[in-house]
Design a protein around this ligand. Sequence first.
Ligand code: SF4
Ligand code: SF4
Length: 414
Amino acid sequence: MLRFDSLKAQTVKELKTGIKETLSTKYAEIFPNDKRAPILIKPNLNSNMNALTGNTTDLRVIASVIEFLKDNGFLDITIGEGTNSGFYRSNISVIERLYYDKLAAFYGVRIKDFNYSETVNIEFSKGIKAGVARECQEAALFINMPKLKTHFEAGMSVCLKNLMGCLVGQPNKKKTHASLSENIVNLNLALKPHLHIVDAVIAMEGLGPTRGTPIKTGNVFFGTDPFLIDILMAKFASFNIKKIGPIQNAIKRNIITQEHFDFVNNYKFADTYSLKPPEAGPIATFIHHPKRQKYFLAIRNTAFFNYLCQTEFFGKILFATGLRQDVFIKDEMHWDGLSLNESACTKCGKCNDYCPLDIKLPESLSKAGASSPPGCIQCLYCYSTCPERAIDFHGKLGFMSEQIRQYDNIIRKL
Ligand code: SF4
Ligand code: SF4
């Protein structure tokens, strides 16, 4: 049975209430009877740019799902993701930089970097075998929680593409790159997550997956068929499905059928968007042409290229040409705390709306000197979104300075 649900929610309170209600009223039968059964939550954490940039799954959406699971007595919950670029190019823990480890600790759930997982081999095209994280195979309930965003190589990244993070480490990911669209479909057929929850609260348009522009749509979507959801997301965002490789592959293989298209044609969204497609500059477009891309991929996957990417000079050249979308600052953030500039604060409440833990803000912020509000996981969602710049950060921003350089003005207007 094809099914799909949407939730309009923008604030942390709306997200927590709406997600819990949708899961309990519409998806209750999906959850295991055994409260000790292993449950896996798989977000999209492809870079160290947080959810406000449109890059990664929103901590507020993850927190809402974890609270639902804990409220219902589930005991074995893991957040798992095989982060890619930051890990390989600079040995950076994207999971830590996005404060997912602190969120997991707050709720007492496990966090797993699939780059260090035991592997289970599955078959891809042309007889290739590549390893996925054992946790993905063994979960009694596998919840896929992608971000809705553009993707320069795959056209769009939602449910189907998000499973690439289940492959263990770069060597396994590389094996699948030669026939990427076909292998994304193969991965979905092999892993079959039970539930998909799409974070489109702040989606991404333009040069995704890492350098696009955040667009607030205030939507979360739910369903059980990733092929259906991805075509619906293309309709929601006005993406041309002819340019989305995995969807085209699934149509060719009759995995996406007329029944899917009938459902999509009949489905009416409350609102739709025309997200700008992922068009890169002339150099990146020339190199990524289907006839030439395989040569670039062969070079990109060498140790020497990875080494060059870590040098500031070469990294800046690649970023300027669009051949690389991410800039990884090596310095970590040093946190001394936050404080409130009372004279600038208008008490609009936006900082609370964005706090994943719904901490009472701005009241819990110190009026004099740095301090951490009780329960704070240091995600800086409140600091980054305050339209009046009334929250002061104390310490060193480190890697966060790159996000602020690229996105500060956009995020404060979200
Ligand atoms: S977002 Fe800024 S201005 Fe609004 S209540 Fe919070 S601190 Fe004050
Ligand atoms: S108080 Fe601010 S930094 Fe702390 S968890 Fe809430 S939003 Fe994040």
